[in-house]
Design a protein around this ligand. Structure first.
Ligand code: C2O
Ligand code: CU
Ligand code: CU
Length: 486
């Protein structure tokens, strides 16, 4: 099948499912099945939001089979880190070294990648560094970077999407003194929000992408927050901090709040922005994080506010539908804090373009083998090869990397291991940066028609790292490259 035909065919099947979506509105119980994926099944928002336990220091992490109450009234067989979906939230202070022993009780190879952390090569979770079933792997993680919302997930090549989809993911939160000095809402007023879409067949989690779904990404019809479909959380009237992570394999969200609740973007992948940005709505691609302050002070007691995703596309199966993700039930009581939104948060040193020793351009639009059916996702026409080094960069040097999706027709959230970058600009498509892209990033969304330039200074750690599309179906299909820091 030619690419254009593929697009047309999916557009047609999209129209067929519109009818299904209308039907669904008439009788949307949680148990309803829907023939085509991609159209969201509304939930009841009757079960409480689950907050994963917090761990730190010296951690035992077991990847294994578990059960989770994802849907109302039944236990779903999943994979969990230490029986949790999400796994425990790892917290560390900048400067600390975190020890993690991973025990593999899955039936396949696995490993852990610490997404967003800048670590030595042998700690980063390169797809070549996996552990066999029944064995353990020790990670020693020197946390040297600024406060931020990072996360961890498996990275075995060809298996990443399935293992993440089945439940393996968790937050890795770094705190530091600069951030603490801001007295941002914390404790019960700081909520980790992991967004993941899931598909269920006969009540069981179902990861079985067809070839078309490898092209588009595997889109589940139920949206889970912290492992539960359509939950609610009781909220006092006041300020809350939400650390939002898109841990879906492929689905992009266009986040907003219902009603007129004021909310501000204060951080992104690599920590705080220079100041709070009033932003509505905000797109979030797989792998990306946003740090948000929400002011529920003036919400009416007893009312419901939703975190939702707004439509953002007229033609694609994802993006045509708006839906609710999480319900906030506003209590009578107000918080006791006298928190005021700060004018500034931190200072971000822009890396001058003149410091770049070199610019590399990556074609992310073209499939391997000329774009016909059967050609996999690729970077510069090359599919991932574990042993091939595609780029060599110098430790400590600054480079500009350009992700060119000008002629593409799929969304590619491009992610680079081992470094945090700054986004210089976006041309074509949306033609601008969004507020969350004005700080430090490790993943950047490149929509069809767009070319995005990023600038970064590579760390002193030498060795082999990967960069890839964080649409995990694309990644497993081969849209990943090795780069070597020398
Ligand atoms: Cu979160 Cu290599 O990825
Ligand atoms: Cu990563
Ligand atoms: Cu992609």
């Amino acid at each position: 099948m030619k690419r254009r035909e593929f697009i047309r065919k999916s557009a047609a099947s999209g129209i067929m499912t519109m009818a299904g979506a209308v039907l669904l509105k008439a009788c949307h119980t949680e148990e309803d099945m829907i023939g085509e994926a991609g159209w969201i099944v509304a939930g009841g928002f009757e079960r409480p939001l689950v907050i994963p336990p917090i761990v730190g220091g010296n951690i035992e992490l077991t990847a294994g089979s578990a059960t989770a109450g994802m849907l109302k009234g039944r236990a779903t067989a999943v994979y969990g880190y230490s029986n949790g979906v999400p796994g425990p939230t790892i917290k560390a202070l900048k400067g600390e070294t975190v020890q993690v022993t991973l025990h593999n009780q899955l039936e396949s190879e696995t490993n852990v990648h610490w997404h967003g952390l800048v670590l030595p090569e042998n700690m980063d979770g390169h797809p070549a560094d996996t552990v066999s079933p029944g064995e353990s792997l020790h990670y020693e993680l020197p946390v040297l970077q600024r406060a931020g919302t990072y996360w961890y997930h498996p990275h075995p090549h060809g298996e990443t999407a399935r293992q993440v989809f089945m439940g393996l993911a968790g937050f890795f939160i770094v705190n530091d003194d600069d951030e603490s000095a801001l007295n941002l809402p914390t404790g019960q007023f700081e909520l980790p929000i992991l967004i993941q879409d899931k598909r269920f067949t006969g009540g069981a989690l179902d990861y079985s992408p067809t070839e078309d779904e490898v092209m588009k990404g595997y889109l589940g019809e139920r949206i889970l927050i912290n492992g539960v479909h359509a939950p609610y959380v009781e909220i006092l009237r006041g300020w809350y901090r939400l650390r939002v992570l898109n841990g879906s394999t492929a689905r992009v969200y266009n986040l907003a709040f219902s009603g007129s609740v004021p909310w501000f973007i204060i951080g992104a992948d690599g920590g705080l922005l220079d100041k709070p940005y009033e932003a509505n709505p905000q797109m979030l691609a797989p792998g990306e994080r946003i740090d948000v302050l929400v002011n529920f002070s003036n919400a009416s007691p007893g009312s419901d506010v939703y975190l939702k995703s707004l439509p953002f596309s007229r033609y694609d199966a994802q993006g045509r539908q708006g839906f609710n993700l999480l319900k906030f039930r506003i209590a009578d009581q107000a918080t006791e804090s006298d928190f005021k939104l700060p004018d500034t948060l931190t200072s971000i040193q822009r890396i001058p373009e003149s410091e770049a020793a070199r610019t590399r351009v990556f074609d992310v639009a073209r499939l391997a083998g000329g774009g016909g059916h059967g050609g996999g996702h690729a970077i510069n026409g090359k599919m991932f090869d574990m042993d091939r080094v595609d780029e060599t960069v110098n430790a400590g040097s600054t480079e500009i990397w350009v992700f060119d999706n000008a002629s593409g027709d799929e969304i590619h959230p491009m992610h680079i291991h081992g470094v945090q970058f700054q986004v210089l600009d976006r041309t074509g498509g949306r033609n601008r940066l969004i507020p969350a892209e004005t700080g430090w990033k490790d993943t950047v969304m490149v929509m069809p028609g767009e070319t995005v330039r990023v600038i970064m200074t590579f760390p002193a750690y030498t060795g082999k790292f990967v960069f890839h599309c964080h649409n995990l179906e694309h990644e497993d299909d081969g849209m990943m490259s090795n780069y070597l820091i020398v």
